[in-house]
Design a binder for this molecule. Structure first.
Ligand SMILES: NC(=O)C1=CN([C@@H]2O[C@H](COP(=O)(O)OP(=O)(O)OC[C@H]3O[C@@H](n4cnc5c(N)ncnc54)[C@H](O)[C@@H]3O)[C@@H](O)[C@H]2O)C=CC1
Ligand SMILES: N[C@@H](CC=O)C(=O)O
Ligand code: NA
Length: 436
């Protein structure tokens, strides 16, 4: 049987990793897929390094649409990134009857509903394992491996760059900007690194995970997003004093009122396994009613780990090419016609415990005022620290852990605390989660 011809769009970090893995493991991949798989045509703004990636003799172009329009190409692999051109390329590939593999979480989170509908109409597959948690086969695990379960919640460290930054800040005292620059050199960061540090990339991934876990359409705009850019070394150190680590977590949880879909820095008890997931590593915990708690761990970014997921998707597509389109694994795990309209909850309705840090004038009565404001809103204090800030003066840092409270209540309490004359500046609040 003739090899399947793949068109590769993008020869950057992931495109390079994909080409390398495909050529290095070609023989075993063909034995797994049942057919050889070759990159026949590749496009990038700069193709001068194609030979180094094992792409000698492959047709090359600077215009990605040339690949999409080529009649010989059966699978288009989109590794350019971004929303606009990528969307045009993917929709055109689908329109031309080609299967698509992409690592582009931004594209899937924002335009996935439209893309999957178009793919279903054309009877083609759009595969996106690399879009969530890089090399970890978590889409496959949730969509297929856990298909028997009613998923209750999932929580994950799903942005390698921000985890790398938090880890290096904590362990080596390095500055935020310095670690981010290294993550860019290592190929972990997005083209716009704001997506990494402001939680947007994690929110793209969480939106996808939530849909395949709960059978709802992709709703990126309903996902609550808060990044790590305001986390200070003091917060990292105070959290450690209290027995916690700060991680950027994506959490999706089913409640009676609706679905929680949120990304934010989170204090996690240090003894929990997920608190030890450091550097660029990702980890997703999934709780199913039948299986209980499961954990998926591995590299969330980088050339070959992400290439591993892209190539696995290509193999899956090759295996499924001859199957009846109506009997393939649904894109979002649930049959498209059965997606539910369960609401995504506003963040003010979400209940968590909180870490609060405030700077106060060091005089009697301040603490009493703060605890009265919290008590008036039925917010109980779980733990308390008072610290001299690095620059000694007449002010102190007060750090509190509260019990679980609806965020709307906490927002009101914080607004009242910030009105006190004895409190200087804004109150920092971070959510605390014990994942069980
Ligand atoms: N870097 C990583 O570790 C991971 C990246 N991803 C996703 O994979 C995709 C690619 O990311 P990277 O490889 O890191 O990006 P990159 O910036 O390293 O590579 C992008 C490639 O696309 C090409 N390109 C850009 N504009 C083009 C255009 N107009 N026409 C033709 N080619 C064009 C560039 O020449 C380059 O070869 C993105 O969607 C990203 O979110 C997903 C998981 C991990
Ligand atoms: N920028 C992303 C890359 C993988 O998705 C990350 O850091 O996780
Ligand atoms: Na993955």
């Amino acid at each position: 049987m003739k090899p399947v011809k793949v068109g590769l769009l993008g020869l950057g970090t992931v495109g390079g990793g994909t080409a390398t893995v495909l050529s290095r493991n070609a023989e075993e991949i063909a034995r797994r897929a049942g057919r050889g798989i070759v990159i026949d045509f590749a496009a990038a703004l700069d193709t001068s390094h194609a030979a180094q990636l094992g792409l000698s003799g492959v047709r090359l172009s600077n215009n990605a649409m040339d690949v999409v329009e080529d009649p010989d190409i059966e699978i288009v692999v989109e590794l350019i990134g971004g929303y606009n051109l990528a969307k045009d390329l993917v929709l055109q590939a689908i329109n031309n009857g080609k299967h698509v593999v992409t690592a582009n979480k931004a594209l899937i989170a924002l335009h996935g509903n439209e893309i999957f509908a178009a793919a279903q109409k054309q009877g083609v597959i759009v595969a996106f394992e690399a879009a969530v948690a890089g090399g970890i086969p978590v889409i496959k695990a949730v969509r297929e491996g856990l298909a028997a379960n009613r998923i209750e919640w999932l929580a994950g460290i799903i942005n390698g760059t921000s985890n790398f930054i938090l880890t290096e800040m904590r362990d080596k005292g390095r500055s935020f900007a310095d670690v981010l620059a290294e993550a860019q050199v290592l190929g972990y960061a997005e083209a716009n690194p704001t997506f990494d540090v402001e939680g947007i990339d994690a929110a793209h991934k969480l939106t996808i995970l939530s849909s395949i876990a709960f059978g709802v359409p992709l709703q990126f705009n309903e996902t609550y997003v808060e990044g790590i850019s305001k986390i200070t070394p003091e917060d990292v150190s105070y959290a450690a004093d209290l027995g916690y680590r700060i991680k950027l977590l994506g959490i999706a949880r089913r409640t009676e009122q609706g679905i929680e879909q949120r990304v934010h820095p989170t204090l996690i008890p240090r003894k929990q396994l997920i608190a030890s997931v450091d550097g660029v590593m990702n980890c997703v915990m999934v709780q199913g009613d039948a299986v209980g708690s499961t954990l998926y761990y591995g590299r969330g970014a980088g050339a070959e780990p992400t290439g591993s997921a892209v190539v696995a998707d290509i193999i899956d597509v090759v295996r499924a090419m001859t199957s009846d389109p109506n009997n393939r694994v649904p894109h979002l795990a649930f049959q498209a016609s059965t997606l539910a309209d369960t609401p995504i909850l506003p963040i003010t309705e979400v209940e968590t415990a909180f870490y609060l840090r405030m700077r106060a004038v060091d005089k009697p009565g301040v603490l009493a005022d703060v605890t009265r404001i919290l008590g008036d809103r039925s917010i109980s204090i779980e733990a308390f620290l008072q610290k001299e800030p690095a620059k000694a003066g007449s002010e102190v840092d007060i750090i509190m852990l509260t019990q679980r409270v609806r965020q709307g209540n906490m927002d009101e309490a914080i607004a009242a605390i910030e009105q006190l004359d004895s409190i200087c500046g804004a109150v920092t609040r971070l959510r605390v989660e014990t994942l069980n």
